[in-house]
Structure formats: structure tokens, C-alpha cells
Design a protein around this ligand. Structure first.
Ligand SMILES: [Ca+2]
Ligand SMILES: [Ca+2]
Length: 347
């Protein structure tokens, strides 16, 4: 009897051990399954991410191709680079461009006040903006005033100090002694801005003011403004900085913009009109005498642009991975080479 009891006891023990082993193995199998599943998920995500990135790169290639094909003497907002409209296609070529396993769109920044709620598909013209690195003192001051920024003089002088090589503080400006006494402290750059966001480091600027001016400013280009694409604010402040009265400047710039719109009073349509030389401006003015206000700005105005921005939104076909990329393309105006990528920013 005692022997039999021991035998049964051993069998029970073996059974319990076996059950534990099975349970542990099952747990390991489940764990391994989870790990493989999550790794597979990661692999799929990386693959989708790569597809979105490749689509964004395809977007840049399309932008370069369109810019290379534009060889006329002006750049205006109804051209293919700005609208993506091409013969035989009923929608913008920059809208939901289909690739095998991904799509991309290029959205244009809508700077014009009567077009604020409309989405445009196309490239944006950096030469339509005020170049912070190249603008004169009076141009910057007039620009900040036009945008309702009350400490425009302080910001203007601080920008000039930020860029100039010396460490002599101009009235209301700031150099190294100011920035090194701030918390956190940093040095005055004493060089040109490379990205517009650097403005946030400059004395007198804050986030709200920065967001107000951002759509109108650039740090690229030769400093000349394309009168075919520039905003009301940028053109008005240019005229005021060259001696035009505020009311005169606003009236004349409205005439310029209305002329650009064409008969349908809308931007980006086939009847838009463009200027190709300074004398063309007379056609837009209600009084030819007021042309003298533009003649004073002739050295700061241009008709054809060099630097363009492509704001690309790319996604894999299943919409799992999305990429938002802002890329700057500089055209070779001699038309020997294709556009050069001068900035690539992933957001
Ligand atoms: Ca053109
Ligand atoms: Ca300086």
C-alpha cells in the first residue's frame, strides 16, 4: 500500500512539472509571437515611411522639371509652377500626384488677402518676399509698421546688429553684451540669417510677431522683389521706404494687384497679367504720373524669380506614413543646369 501511494505521488509530481513546462513554453510562444508581430509592424511602418519619403523626393523632381521648363522672362501666379495647371489635365499636377504605392501634393502659400481661404497647389515664390538679410533699414521699418508691429525700429536695429560683423550696438539694437546677459545666454551671430526662425533669437521679436511676419519674409535670394508675385504688404512697404506717402503707396499697390488679377479679379487664372519690364507698370496705373513712385524702386524690383519653395505632403497609399517636407530650389537663370536644392527641411 505504501509503495503504491509513493508511485502515484511521483506520477502526480511529474504531471505538475510537465504542466508547468507546457505553461512556460506557451507563455514563451505567446511572447515570441507578440515580438514577431510588433517587429513585423515596425518593418511595415519603415517600409511605408520609405515610400512616403521617396514620394516627397519625386515631388522635388517634378518641381525641378516644371521650373526648368519655365524659360520666359517673367514669373507670375498663373504659370504652371504656381498652379500646376497643364493642357489636357483637369486638375493641378501638384495635387495628389499618384505614384505606384504613394502620393504627394505640393501646396502653395496663399499670401494674397482675398485668397486666404483657398488652397493652391503649386510652388511658392521666395522672391515675392522681403529678404531680411538684404533689406534696408527704412524698408524693414516700413514693413514692420505696415504689419502693425509697434517696436519695428527696435527689431530693425537689432536685425542689423545681428547681421553686421561689428559689435557696436546701434540705438535700440543689440550685440553680444545683450545676448550673453540673457537667460539662456547665447552669442550675437554677426552673420546673415540662414533660416527665418533665427528671428526668434533677435531682441524685440517674440513668437506672435514672428508668426505675423513669417508669410512675408525670406532669408534667400538677391533681395529684389518680384512685382508679379509680391504681396500687398511687401510692395507697399517698399514704396514707403523709397519716399511714397502711406496712402499713395497703398492705392498704387492695389492698382498693381488688381491689374495682375486680370478681368475676372481672381489670382491664378488664365487672364492674369504680368509685368516683364519696369515700363509695363504704367499699364496698371490709373494715372501715368504715379509711375515715378515705382521708378524710384526700380533697383529693388524684378520680374522673374530665382528661389522657389516646394511644400510637399507625401504619404504611402495606405496613409499609414506621412511626410511633410519643405524644400527650396534655386533656379539657374542661365538655364545651363537644373534647379539646385538649397534647403531640405523635414517637419
Ligand atoms: Ca515664368
Ligand atoms: Ca553685430
Amino acid at each position: 500500500m505504501i509503495v503504491c501511494y509513493k508511485k502515484n505521488n511521483n506520477r502526480g509530481l511529474i504531471l505538475i512539472v510537465a504542466l508547468w513546462i507546457v505553461a512556460i513554453l506557451a507563455l514563451l510562444a505567446v511572447g515570441l509571437g507578440f515580438r514577431i508581430a510588433s517587429e513585423l509592424h515596425l518593418v511595415k511602418f519603415s517600409r511605408d515611411n520609405l515610400k512616403a519619403l521617396m514620394a516627397a523626393e519625386a515631388g522635388v523632381q517634378l518641381a525641378s522639371k516644371i521650373l526648368s521648363a519655365d524659360i520666359n522672362d517673367y514669373d507670375s501666379l498663373n504659370e504652371t509652377w504656381a498652379t500646376g495647371e497643364i493642357a489636357g489635365l483637369d486638375r493641378s499636377i501638384f495635387k495628389d500626384f499618384p505614384l505606384k504605392q504613394a502620393t504627394f501634393s505640393i501646396e502653395r502659400e496663399a499670401e494674397l488677402e482675398n485668397a486666404a481661404n483657398k488652397v493652391f497647389y503649386g510652388l511658392s515664390d521666395e522672391d515675392s518676399k522681403l529678404n531680411i538679410n538684404k533689406a534696408t533699414t527704412t524698408q524693414l521699418e516700413a514693413f514692420f509698421t505696415e504689419l502693425g508691429i509697434t517696436n519695428g525700429r527696435e527689431i530693425t536695429n537689432s536685425i542689423l546688429d545681428w547681421i553686421d560683423e561689428d559689435s557696436t550696438t546701434s540705438f535700440d539694437g543689440a550685440e553680444d553684451d545683450y545676448y550673453t546677459s540673457q537667460e539662456p545666454n547665447y552669442h550675437c551671430k554677426n552673420a546673415s540669417l540662414v533660416v527665418a526662425e533665427e528671428l526668434l533669437l533677435i531682441k524685440g521679436m517674440d513668437r506672435e510677431k514672428f508668426l505675423t511676419i513669417l508669410p512675408f519674409v525670406t532669408v534667400y535670394g538677391d533681395g529684389k522683389i518680384n512685382i508679379n508675385t509680391a504681396s500687398f504688404e511687401v510692395l507697399t512697404s517698399l514704396l514707403i521706404s523709397r519716399g511714397s506717402l502711406d496712402t499713395t503707396a497703398r492705392k498704387l499697390v492695389k492698382e498693381i494687384i488688381n491689374y495682375r488679377f486680370g478681368e475676372d479679379a481672381e489670382v491664378g487664372t488664365v487672364d492674369d497679367r504680368a509685368f516683364e519690364r519696369i515700363e509695363d507698370i504704367i499699364k496698371a496705373l490709373s494715372s501715368p504720373l504715379t509711375f515715378s513712385e515705382f521708378a524710384k524702386c526700380a533697383d529693388a524690383i524684378k520680374f522673374k524669380s530665382e528661389v522657389f519653395r516646394a511644400n510637399i505632403l507625401a504619404s504611402s497609399s495606405n496613409k499609414v506614413a506621412k511626410k511633410r517636407i519643405s524644400c527650396l530650389l534655386k533656379k539657374d537663370l542661365s538655364q545651363i543646369k537644373g534647379p539646385e536644392i538649397i534647403l531640405w527641411a523635414e517637419q
